[in-house]
Design a binder for this molecule. Sequence first.
Ligand code: PGA
Length: 251
Amino acid sequence: MRKKIVAGNWKMNKDLQEANILASEVVNMVKDEVMTDTVVVMCTPYVYLNKALKLTDGSKVQIGAQNCSEHASGAYTGEISAPMLKSIDVPYVIIGHSERREYFSETNEQLAAKVNIALENELIPIFCCGESLETRESGNHFDFVCNQLTESLFHLSAEELEKVVIAYEPIWAIGTGKTASAEQAQEMHEKLRAHLASKYGDLAEEISILYGGSVKPGNAEEIFAGKDVDGGLIGGASLESRGFVDIVKSI
Ligand code: PGA
């Protein structure tokens, strides 16, 4: 079912004390101020997941991890598996963030395996896609991003795809303060939905497609107004409770 979702991606930020304060503030503000059925997710570093799950228990705020291994278990020092996340009841996991693709050389094929293992473990993947500035300037951005979906998601059955959330994040807009315009976001989201429809038909209407890249309280409302924009994946602005909850409220 297509839902409105605002997910915060804390990336590698906050120590334990700061994380506690941020998570508690978000829980309280969401309880007092968010009356809609917008899904609010906080994707914290792994080490805080357990604590964050306890802090948000019984609240409207959900928790997500920022990555998982494509392997179920074994000799992969430093990795975290989808079965581990399932065992502590984490509902969401970001897969294929551009920083993972760029700094950890994650490929579309590997991400397809991560999506599979996440779904096998009843995690909801927030699958990220998006083009570099170079690709956009070459005019090939629609094909490039559609191909990321083809190679990492199009092997899924309709029942599997239905569980996936997609986040379009143009790399040139991430952490740069340079957001895509509301028109650029809507235009790409419409293309992605049409691409999903070319394989999955009407199911495409049921998939939530989030926008990410320098979303702030001041630009969120305009971006979220796009008819194919179902919310946001928020990096920098999710590190401050007031701004993050204001973004949630601007849906
Ligand atoms: P940003 O990051 O909001 O800081 O641009 C978005 C993301 O990387 O998910």
